[in-house]
Design a protein around this ligand. Structure first.
Ligand SMILES: [Zn+2]
Length: 292
């Protein structure tokens, strides 16, 4: 299944994509009024783009305060001035649009102003691959006009961090930690899933990707090893610390190369379980581009 399809995987928990009530401001709720013809504005990041007919583009954005939105940019393939060089993957835009019609569920993109092009992401294959994992995860976990308020700043933070040459794999680990929290599946790193004992440096642990929690060594025997990812205490401490830090302070945290391996493996298994599908870009990145 391509990441563009936006189809929900069959095994996704029923609550997975339900927006939490009350997290969108009233002016944003107005964006769901399909009858309105008025032009609206939103900060947006391009997640997907493909041809539509001879001259149009269909573009999927992640929008501030709205979530994911797909729109049509009429004439964009004919180098129209209002779109040229703006609808590239990962571009950060100020978007003017009118809302989706019931007939095709596509917003009409009136105009786009380029805020940040994140040019370095398109010039460096390793950075591009990491950004692609981020894009695939968001597309896999959201549907149009759904999403959490916190995902837009998280996505922007991740692209900005890659662009400013923060260590790419660390950015990817931190993005995933915050991403799973945003979609309602914050990993439990504070205490053992089975016995409830708080995390202790004297104890050994693994991570149960089905339950999203650490499990202490004495309890691991009861669980069986199949679903458990090895996790060192240093990695648990790093992730636990990052869970309690705002985005602006995450760059102070550092993880060893071995710790990055562990954390990427953890999120690979956790994401595959939650989304009930392979995150292809993450698998290929882990397999082939570990030198990032
Ligand atoms: Zn235990």
């Amino acid at each position: 299944m391509g990441v563009e399809s936006g189809l929900l995987p069959a095994g996704l928990p029923a609550t997975f994509l339900v927006r939490k009530p009350g997290r969108f401001q009233p002016h944003n709720l107005h964006a769901y009024d399909f009858m309105s013809e008025s032009t609206k504005e939103s900060a947006a990041i391009v997640l997907d783009c493909h041809d539509h007919g001879e001259s149009d583009l269909v573009v999927t954005f992640y929008c501030q305060g709205i979530g994911r939105m797909t729109g049509i940019a009429k004439g964009a393939k004919r180098s129209q001035k209002r779109f040229v060089n703006k609808l590239e993957l990962f571009s950060s835009l100020s978007l003017r649009y009118t809302e989706a019609k019931r007939s095709n569920n596509l917003a009409f993109i009136v105009e786009a102003e380029l805020l940040e092009s994140f040019l370095r992401l398109r010039q460096s294959m390793p950075l591009y691959l990491v950004a692609t994992v981020i894009r695939e995860l968001i597309l896999a976990a959201t549907r149009d006009l759904e999403g959490e308020d916190g995902l837009f700043p998280l996505l922007h933070w991740a692209l900005q961090s890659l662009e400013s040459q923060r260590p790419a794999m660390t950015v990817l680990v931190l993005f995933q930690l915050k991403f799973f929290e945003q979609i309602g599946y914050r990993p439990n790193l504070g205490s053992c899933l089975r016995c409830g004992q708080p995390f202790a440096m004297a104890q050994g642990y693994g991570f149960d990707s089905r339950a999203g929690s650490i499990v202490c060594r004495p309890c691991l025997g009861e669980l069986g090893q199949a679903a458990v990812v090895p996790l060192s205490r240093g990695t648990i401490k790093f992730l636990d610390s990052a869970q309690h830090q705002p985005l602006g302070r995450l760059h102070r945290l550092h993880l060893s190369r071995a710790g990055l391996h562990e954390a990427l493996s953890l999120f690979y298994h956790y994401g595959r379980h939650l989304l009930q599908r392979e995150i292809y870009s993450l698998k290929s990145l882990s397999d082939a581009h570990w030198q990032v």
